[in-house]
Ligand binder design. Structure first.
Ligand code: SF4
Ligand SMILES: [Zn+2]
Length: 368
């Protein structure tokens, strides 16, 4: 096998045999029950030789260096570059998916790039990235690969970031997040009907993941809610959701309200008006959330971080570009000394808004 190539089909652990001859995948609450040769709903886990395998190990739809703010993570090593990649497949079927070319890919031919975990970690280090992000499609479906990459990263002092819908079961959840340092979890709505009708899933497992992350791990957590006109943006739902977040996760989990753009199977809805995002942010603030943001729009107030004690702007942002920085290296407000929640290690990075694609295979050849 040439350097940089990896086996793409690997055995998995979370499954069991059913009395009727089928094999059930236990990674997510879909619990796909498969006959020999069948794929799960996520397309990348399948039954082969009487067991469940992951068929996309080591393969990627591409690597890119992004600003960490784009994940979005606003309180985790601000200003630093993150080496981001995804594979294919997803365990939810959101009609509004903004990454459907990758997440809904049934064919592996979009997975053009191949990389063993150690190569990704080494590339991240040599490209001066502080972290690697498992993103674009949900890492829950390729958790064995994500975990191996995260282990290799940890050995080199590179952190791992999961961008996920959090739709998973208890044991895989515990194993997966043991290797993550930060997560942005989608809270897509606050109704079972939305999760069921629009995403083909359930709300409760997502709430379980959020509570688990906040109270049983050291993973730095931020939340994103994509607001879709007429689907999840009513005042009543936002009030209920904010109440739940404040009561169950506390005031210090940053919350990003982002704007919807018509995509995939949902082309009949208009983009989210700025007023809706501002309303959602105001409701979160009213319920005591200290760091509520608006995303995918130009609105400086909603992009920036304010000290909850003295109310001064401590991190100014214009989209992904940092415009002000008034924190100490350890994350204390320079105006009043209050500690801002988050992971701050030294001065902020200066990556800016750049997006730089990386071909790992060429990189391997060039650096070996
Ligand atoms: S991870 Fe994939 S195969 Fe497993 S239950 Fe979920 S959708 Fe089905
Ligand atoms: Zn302050």
């Amino acid at each position: 096998m040439a350097e940089g190539e990896v086996t793409t089909i690997v055995p998995t652990r979370y499954w069991h045999r059913l009395g009727d001859g089928r094999v059930q995948c236990d990674v997510c609450p879909r619990y796909c029950k498969l006959h020999e040769g069948q794929q799960g709903l996520c397309f990348v886990r399948a039954r082969q030789n009487d067991r469940i395998v992951l068929t996309s190990y080591g393969r990627s739809s591409g690597y890119c260096i992004d600003p960490i703010e784009k994940k979005p993570l606003y309180h985790f090593l601000p200003g630093t570059p993150v080496l981001s990649f995804g594979t294919a497949g997803c365990n939810l079927a959101c009609k509004f998916c903004q990454n459907w070319d990758m997440s809904k890919a049934r064919e592996m031919d979009i997975l053009a790039d191949q990389a063993p975990p150690a190569l990704i970690a080494r590339a991240a280090q040599e490209l001066a990235c502080r972290s690697v992000a498992y993103t674009y499609n949900d890492p829950v479906v390729f958790l064995e690969y994500a975990i191996d990459v995260a282990k290799a990263c940890r050995e080199l002092g590179i952190k791992s970031v999961a961008v996920t819908a959090g739709y998973m079961t208890e044991q895989p959840r515990e194993e997966f997040f043991r290797y993550m340092d930060a997560a942005n979890v989608d809270l897509k709505a606050f109704s079972e009907q939305f999760y069921h009708k629009i995403c083909g899933g359930h709300l409760q497992p997502v709430l379980d993941t959020l509570v688990y992350l906040k109270h049983h791990t050291d993973v730095w957590l931020e939340i994103t809610t994509l607001l879709i006109p007429g689907e999840n943006d009513s005042e009543a739902e936002l009030e209920e959701m904010a109440q739940w977040v404040a009561a169950n996760l506390g005031p210090d989990v940053p919350w990003h309200f982002s704007a919807f753009h018509p995509d995939w199977k949902m082309l009949d809805r208009p983009p989210t008006p700025l007023a809706t995002l501002i309303k959602a942010r105001d409701i979160a603030v009213k319920h005591g959330i200290r760091y509520a943001y608006t995303g995918n729009v130009h609105y400086g107030t909603g992009d920036s971080t304010y000290c909850p004690q003295c109310r001064n702007k401590v991190i100014g942002r214009d989209w992904y570009v940092m415009t002000d920085w008034h924190l100490t290296d350890a994350g204390h407000c320079r105006f009043c000394g209050n500690r801002i929640a988050g992971v701050f290690e030294g001065p902020p990075g200066s990556w800016g808004a750049k997006r730089r694609p990386v071909r790992l295979r060429e990189y391997a050849a060039a650096t070996s």
